[in-house]
Design a protein around this ligand. Structure first.
Ligand SMILES: Nc1ncnc2c1ncn2[C@@H]1O[C@H](COP(=O)(O)OP(=O)(O)O)[C@@H](O)[C@H]1O
Ligand SMILES: [Mg+2]
Length: 146
């Protein structure tokens, strides 16, 4: 299991299956109030990873993209899951109006896509997952920090 303390690790995900396994492993270590800040260019796999984490948490519904709604909530898993996509958030006030603080300090797990865009609003205690494209089509590199 991934230990969420003082970690700074680079992981190569060779294919979708590796990403799926990584997401499930990540899910095992999540506790109420965990915040996973996902960063990476379009198409690197933030949503794909979020789906794997959701499966790992036992979420029964299929995740759908929160791009236009900013956040979607899923309550069928081991912990409530709040899946954010902040790509279209231009103003921090918009997030506060959605109750961002309550989500971050709540009893669920926050998975945030494009987290680097709201870096100043993120709690210091969080898991950073930075995804980059790898050497071939299905390969990705993850920098994991917590
Ligand atoms: N190892 C991998 N991990 C994650 N996604 C992968 C991988 N290999 C190929 N892909 C593909 O890359 C795309 C990632 O898209 P998506 O998860 O929507 O990215 P993002 O949310 O970062 O924009 C998907 O089409 C997925 O099938
Ligand atoms: Mg996405």
């Amino acid at each position: 299991m991934i230990k969420f303390s003082d970690m700074d690790k680079r992981i190569v995900l060779k294919n979708l299956n590796d990403t799926e396994m990584f997401g499930r492993e990540l899910a095992e270590g999540l506790v109420p109030g965990s915040v996973v800040a996902m960063t990476g260019d379009l198409g690197t796999g933030k949503t794909t990873l979020a789906k794997a984490v959701a499966k790992g948490l036992g979420v029964k519904e299929e995740l759908s993209s929160p791009t236009f709604t900013v956040v979607r909530e899923y309550r069928s898993g081991r912990l409530p899951l709040y899946h954010f996509d902040v790509y279209r958030v231009y103003d921090p006030d918009e997030l506060f109006e959605l109750g961002f603080d309550e989500y971050i300090h709540g009893n669920g797990v926050c998975l945030i896509e494009w987290a680097d865009l709201i870096e100043d609003l993120l709690p210091a205690e969080r898991v950073d997952v930075k995804i980059s494209f790898g050497e071939n089509e299905d390969e990705r590199t993850v920098e994991l920090k917590c």
